[in-house]
Design a protein around this ligand. Sequence first.
Ligand code: KG4
Ligand code: ZN
Length: 340
Amino acid sequence: MSDQNCYILGIESSCDDTAAAVINNGVILSNVVATQTIHKEYGGVVPELASRAHQQNIVPVVHQALRKANIDKKDLSAIAFTSGPGLMGSLLVGTSFSKSFAFGLGIPLIDVNHMQAHILAHFIKAEGQTAPSFPFLALTISGGHTQIVKVTDYFDMEILGETIDDAVGEAFDKSGKILGLPYPAGPHIDKRAQLGNPHRFPFTKPKVGPLEFSFSGLKTAVLYFIEREVAANPQFISENINDICASLQYTIVDYLMDKIKNAVKKTGIKTVAIGGGVSANSEIRKALKDAETTHGWTTHIPRFEYCTDNAAMIAIVGELKFKQNQFAKNTVVAKARMKL
Ligand code: KG4
Ligand code: ZN
């Protein structure tokens, strides 16, 4: 089968986004995401509601992805799906759907690790992004994970360090909740931070190993700080929200940059790629671009739509595995926890 005739459908359902995408020779033909809004009311993802919403969304989302790609399901060469890590009830919807669809069409099934997909999203051929050359360091920062990974080849990855408690996205979201911002708070903090003074309220960076992360202490520090200030001035949050967001974001981004600098120093690798929802953050993007000049790094930041959870990244991994004949057995199961 020639590359041009290889069409892979990618399906993602690991958390609260139901997504489907079609890829052809590295180029994304369609990339559909149904974001579940129901969780906003609860200030966080409710697993039971997420799996139910996936069941509602998956057929229309896949249908739309095929229509936008302008291909018939019979043209598909394989189906790639997220088998983990993630919420079990959510993963089961995508896994069961993909198995049945592939079986019905008589085409191969490809299981994809969600965390590998965030990293390999850099290999999608798209305007505004270039593929990193091996070896490179990947910083995967999302609502579920915070990892620094040494990537030697497509499927040769080693975790150098990760969070010992909360993920960085949770630090944004939980702090945002304390400030009364809607869920997910990351983009709201980012927007307000651009209008505030990042040095107004100094927060302490958590102290752990040089390549490890910890965010639960920061969230608690924000909570105590806000409680103390609000006791003295009930209008404290509304009067200072931009400065609070700017200070918090400054601390988090500076902390992330410290860790990448440590990893560059340890490995001697100066090619740095970021991925995951938090890489949409304007300040981390700016800090990385600045490091190109100040530290001589080569940095890679994916297009916004390939940063947050999406199925295009599942499709590119599907295509890479397809070319290496790495297929899943029909007994494959979803796994909430999964090694890289
Ligand atoms: O990768 P993702 O879409 O889902 C997970 O796999 O977790 O990441 C979602 C996370 C949320 O915590 C959200 O607040 C955060 O990414 N996020 C941001 C920004 N946009 C999304 N955090 C900071 N600044 C942003 N601009
Ligand atoms: Zn993710």
